[in-house]
Design a binder for this molecule. Structure first.
Ligand SMILES: Cc1cc2nc3c(=O)[nH]c(=O)nc-3n(C[C@H](O)[C@H](O)[C@H](O)COP(=O)(O)OP(=O)(O)OC[C@H]3O[C@@H](n4cnc5c(N)ncnc54)[C@H](O)[C@@H]3O)c2cc1C
Length: 328
């Protein structure tokens, strides 16, 4: 059997990489994502401020490139002007340009994606998968790939594959509060990045990244412990607290911001299990995502491609009679 129809649940880096690789093999992936467009944990926020428009990277700040296959993909993105090296963050650090979502948007543009589709469940009938969303259902998929953060994959795995579900529970994702701050003048520090100081896990001058325009803008990620301790605080309170922490670090106490906002990532950084992907060939159910490998953009891409290879290697092989009985 070739050219099979595959439902890919989640259109973050893992799901898009999986769908791209499946398309390259001649299959027909259809992605479902609850969001309005490509973002996931590489999301950005566009803000109009009195000092000018800013596009903040509010999730992943940069990504590293170590694997040769991923390096090839990044070279293609570089040729298209979708990424740029960011030496401030290290010799292997890259960013999307003009924002982190740029490569995701380009990947999604070549694929069939159902946006605003929150997937609530999966069911099987006569060997075919059906996807149940908040607003309806879609069917007759030969295989399913689940490309969600661990906790969001749990309800789908609990009802489909007990062994995948057990592994899923071993990879919890930590929360992270993120503040996005704009200022009328540059802060005093000449550094564009501040790391691991007090409640600040990471702070970066967003406006200093390649391809960014606009006023002085900083993204601040709070540490794991601080984020957990203040998880239910209001976004306003968090934005003020992280602004004070940043201004203390840069010795700009007393300065005021032009705008301050915050985003709570309930599921930010996964634990990672050191596995590429999971594939159950009996029921043709696969799982990919950063939580299987490591909490990084590169790992999400590698996991998605790994799953696509496993699906591709399998769906072309005829099933034995026993497998056909088990699958139905
Ligand atoms: C604050 C923060 C900082 C980070 N910093 C870095 C960094 O500096 N470098 C780095 O490499 N990585 C970083 N990461 C991690 C990196 O962003 C992730 O590893 C990577 O983006 C994960 O991709 P993914 O496709 O596995 O998951 P996601 O990007 O989370 O994609 C999952 C998709 O599934 C969708 N979805 C969820 N539930 C459903 C549902 N029920 N139905 C339909 N769709 C659903 C979501 O809308 C989303 O689009 C950071 C992450 C965060 C949050």
């Amino acid at each position: 059997m070739s050219g099979v129809k595959i439902a890919v649940i989640g259109a973050g880096m893992a799901g898009l990489a999986c769908a791209e690789a499946l398309t390259a093999q001649g299959h027909r992936p259809i992605l479902f994502d609850k969001g309005r467009g490509p973002a996931g944990r590489m999301a950005t926020r566009r803000l109009k401020t009195p000092a000018g428009e800013v596009v903040f990277d509010m999730g992943a700040q940069y990504f590293t490139v170590r694997n040769p296959d991923f390096a090839e993909a990044v070279s293609r993105w570089l040729e298209l002007g979708l990424v740029a090296p960011w030496p401030d963050a290290g010799p292997q650090a890259w960013v999307g340009a003009p924002s982190m979502t740029a490569p995701l948007k380009a990947m999604a543009a070549g694929l069939e994606v159902e946006w605003n589709s929150f997937v609530m469940g999966l069911s099987r009938h006569e060997g075919q998968w059906r996807v149940h969303t908040k607003t309806g259902e879609a069917g007759d998929f030969d295989a399913v790939a689940i490309a969600l953060p661990a906790e969001q994959a749990t309800p789908l795995l609990a009802l489909t594959d007990p062994s995948f579900h057990r592994r899923n529970l071993l990879s919890p994702t930590s929360p992270c509060w993120t503040a996005m701050l704009t200022f009328s003048e540059p802060l005093s520090t000449s550094s564009s990045i501040l790391r691991q100081r007090g409640c600040v896990q990471w702070a970066a001058r967003n406006s200093a990244k390649p391809g960014r325009v606009g006023p002085e803008a900083w993204t601040v990620h709070a540490s794991h412990d601080w984020s957990l301790a203040h998880l239910e605080q209001s976004a306003e309170w968090v934005a003020d607290a992280l602004c004070d922490a940043l201004l203390t670090l840069t010795e700009d106490e007393g300065r005021d911001y032009v705008t301050a906002s915050a985003h709570r990532w309930r599921f930010a950084l996964s634990t990672g299990l050191g596995l590429d992907s999971l594939w159950n060939r009996q029921i043709r159910l696969g799982v990919c995502g950063d939580w299987l490998l490591a909490p990084r953009v590169e790992s999400a891409w590698l996991s998605g491609v790994s799953l696509a290879r496993r699906i591709g290697a399998d769906v072309n092989e005829p099933k034995s009679q026993a497998e056909t009985i088990l699958a139905n």
